[in-house]
Ligand binder design. Structure first.
Ligand SMILES: C[S@@+](CC[C@H](N)C(=O)[O-])C[C@H]1O[C@@H](n2cnc3c(N)ncnc32)[C@H](O)[C@@H]1O
Length: 224
């Protein structure tokens, strides 16, 4: 059963969304990517425009030159990263060939984007073997594997670089069956990981109306 936020909260979210939208510049590549995803029935689970801007600003603040993204979907967040900082290179991993094909179309002509097809855990191991290192890793796929991806990501992130795990609070709230325990494996892993300094940042979606999806949060970890 879906529930709506109470009117005062709903109004605050609407105002926030309007203000966020007002601060965004129009971007025809992103607009075309959104339309192309819709046309190809790609599920509407990409990050929001304001989250894209937030991620781009984080990359800019860090002077990031290399990003690893786990979960390409149609390439929407990939484009935000690829346009965030001059000279930046983006490697994005996706195991669904249909999603990958749409992402390739949406990032066509972007010389700084590489999309690798396959299960993230395997490709991350390959990248580590190739000696690849990244300034920023964005984990946005397969909630069951957040702790595994985090561990591999930290190994491949340079000192002072950051790992960002999306949807951590939604994952903690996601109890498949009554009586099941919440999955704390990522939080427990991060707590015990001496290689990083980390926090969890709660977020409030201005785009979703169902209260169950309103609050989320991400883990941000800087590698020591
Ligand atoms: C939430 S979507 C990514 C959204 C994208 N980052 C954006 O904001 O535009 C998650 C994607 O991860 C992919 N995925 C799920 N499990 C995966 C795995 N084990 N390896 C690689 N990709 C995976 C899904 O097919 C889906 O396209």
């Amino acid at each position: 059963m879906s529930t709506l936020p109470p009117p005062a909260l709903d109004q605050a979210l609407t105002r926030s969304r309007e203000a966020q939208t007002h601060l965004l510049k129009s971007n025809s590549r992103l607009d075309t990517a959104v339309a192309n995803c819709e046309k190809n029935d790609i599920p509407p689970i990409a990050i929001s425009p304001s989250q894209g801007q937030h991620l781009a600003l984080l990359c800019q603040l860090m002077g990031a030159q290399s990003v690893l993204e786990i979960g390409t979907l149609g390439g929407y967040s990939t484009i935000w990263f690829a346009e965030s900082v001059p000279g930046i290179q983006v490697t994005s991993l996706e195991f669904n060939p249909r999603h990958r094909d749409v992402a390739l179309a949406n990032t066509k002509g972007m010389g700084n984007v590489e999309i690798r097809l396959g299960a993230a855990e395997g490709i991350m191991a390959e990248l580590a073997q190739e000696g690849r290192a990244f300034d920023f890793v964005f984990i946005d796929a397969n909630w069951d594997q957040q702790a595994t991806y985090f561990d591999l990501a930290v190994r491949m992130t340079r000192k002072g670089g950051a790992v960002y795990v999306d949807n951590v609070v939604r994952n903690l709230l996601d109890i498949p069956e009554e009586g099941d325990e919440a999955d704390w494996s990522l939080i427990e892993h991060v707590k015990g990981d001496e290689r990083v300094r980390a926090t969890l940042i709660p977020t409030l979606s201005t785009h979703k109306v169902d209260v169950s999806a309103l609050v989320d949060g991400y883990v941000l970890a800087v590698v020591k």
